[in-house]
Write a protein that binds this ligand. Structure first.
Ligand SMILES: [Fe+2]
Ligand SMILES: [Fe+2]
Length: 468
């Protein structure tokens, strides 16, 4: 095999017996696999860093991890792109060329976002979510690019580019001569390598590889990951409309679960395990949104109510998009690294949009309901949100909620449903005007002014079942 040796200012190939056992590492260009591995690991570290951000703290710990990834990725893509376009001008690699440009644009977007938007801000759940979504999206673009390159570009380089030219590219990729420590890149690639791979790298760069500076390159441990969503405190349960908190908590948990399941899908398997989780999440989310549009925001003549309805429509679109993707990618062996990555991207986008919406609703809509809507009407809304009158099993939502709620919340929900069903007053958590002794009439919120504002914001019947 071709072996790289550095002698003063030139790199030359010498033949020697190989010590590697990996079938991938045969040509100098195969170092690319190791670099891609290091960059994928770096992306995973950045995701850990965003998960580990402390609420109320600064974005600094994240920025450190991010800039290390961004610098390595930016340098890698730029150098490689330069060589590939020089070697293959006007070839069929146009698709591969669009990839690097797209990636660099997204990388710059994220850098600008960090600098301009988050520079002086403290961490709040919403910005953490948004940032996490951007990091995952960039990781997906990176992995798509690497995968396409490994499948389409590296074989062409192996065939048509001499080992000496391959080595020149590798040297440029591994040794950034303009950087403070030109050997840093090599150390950085080596840290994620197996013993065999490290040996191969060292052989390839004999005379150049320095001892890796492990300590300076390591970053946050996996144990610092925090993927649990923020949960509401059950002490907020005072008005009937506060039924929203346990429901929102369950929806957040469903989204987190969907993300977990899609990440754990086996390559070569089917999307079935995810489809089941997705259907449960989608059904609950759609039902919730339809009931809110029809019975909660319809009577409110306020901009925040219309915004809330518009957000529901956006969530419906994202649900449909994900559902179509999974259905089209369907089949017994549909899960590839690529389809899993793209499904994950869509799940994260939906999760962030949902969680942003739930937060927004809690902050902007619920206070208005508490202030402007009578407790009797609130009971009716709560009943609509908890009991599906049109379903054979009207209590399916309560069953769905059960694993997500605390004992206190469960009691409170039982009292709320009991009240709604019997017309009896709730326990002490409901204060103020005592509800009527009669059971609340259905659709009590369709007050005269409701008709005037319902408008196009209401959907007649959104799909309740999202089978895949
Ligand atoms: Fe809600
Ligand atoms: Fe909502």
């Amino acid at each position: 095999m071709g072996q790289l040796q550095r002698s003063d200012d030139s790199w030359e190939i010498r033949t020697m017996q190989t010590t590697m056992d990996s079938s991938q590492l045969l040509h100098p260009i195969d170092v690319m696999h190791l670099m891609h591995k290091a960059l994928r690991t770096e992306a995973a570290h950045v995701e850990e860093a965003v998960n580990a951000l402390e609420m109320g703290g600064s974005f600094k710990p994240f920025q450190r991890a991010f800039y290390r990834w961004a610098m390595a990725l930016g340098y890698h893509v730029e150098v490689e792109d330069h060589y590939v376009t020089t070697w293959f001008p006007e070839t069929l690699l146009t698709q591969a060329e669009a990839g690097p440009r797209h990636l660099m644009e997204r990388l710059e977007d994220l850098q600008t976002y960090l600098h301009v938007e988050l520079g002086r801000m403290i961490v709040i759940p919403r910005t953490q979510r948004q940032l996490r979504s951007k990091v995952i999206a960039l990781g997906i673009i990176q992995d798509d690019l690497f995968e396409a390159e490994e499948a389409c570009v590296l074989p062409v380089i192996r065939q048509h580019i001499s080992a000496a030219q391959q080595l020149e590219l590798i040297r440029r990729l591994l040794v950034d001569e303009e950087a403070e420590g030109p050997g840093d890149m090599l150390d950085w690639v080596a840290q994620d390598c197996t013993t065999t791979e490290r040996q191969w790298l060292a052989d390839l760069c004999t005379g150049h590889a320095s001892r890796p500076r492990w300590s300076s390159l390591r970053c946050g441990s996996a144990s610092s990951m925090r993927t649990e969503p923020m949960v509401e405190d059950s002490t907020t349960l005072k008005s009937p409309i506060d039924v929203m908190y346990p429901i929102h908590k369950a929806l957040r948990a469903e989204a987190a679960r969907a993300e977990e399941v899609v990440r754990a899908l086996d390559i070569g398997g089917s999307f079935q395990p995810f489809a089941q989780v997705f259907q449960r999440w989608a059904t609950a989310l759609e039902y919730h949104a339809v009931m809110e549009d029809g019975y909660m925001t319809a009577p409110l003549d306020r901009l925040s109510a219309r915004t809330n309805e518009a957000e529901h429509r956006h969530l419906t679109e994202l649900l449909a998009d994900l559902q179509i993707y999974v259905r089209e990618a369907g089949g017994p062996a549909a899960v590839t690294a690529r389809t899993r990555r793209h499904a994950l991207g869509k799940v994260v986008v939906l999760r962030v949009a949902q969680d942003d919406h739930l937060e927004e609703e809690e902050e902007r809509v619920l206070p208005v309901i508490r202030q402007q809507i009578s407790e009797t009407q609130q009971f009716d809304m709560a009943q609509r949100l908890l009991l599906d009158r049109e379903a054979q099993d009207a209590g399916w939502l309560l069953a769905w909620l059960t694993p997500h709620v605390t004992a206190t919340e469960r009691q409170w929900l039982a009292a709320l449903v009991g009240h709604a069903a019997s017309g009896l007053p709730m326990d002490s958590t409901s204060s103020g005007a005592a509800p009527s002794a009669e059971a609340p009439q259905p659709a009590t919120v369709t007050a005269p002014e409701a008709d005037a504002v319902a408008g196009e914001g209401r959907r007649a019947a959104a799909p309740r079942s999202c089978s895949t």
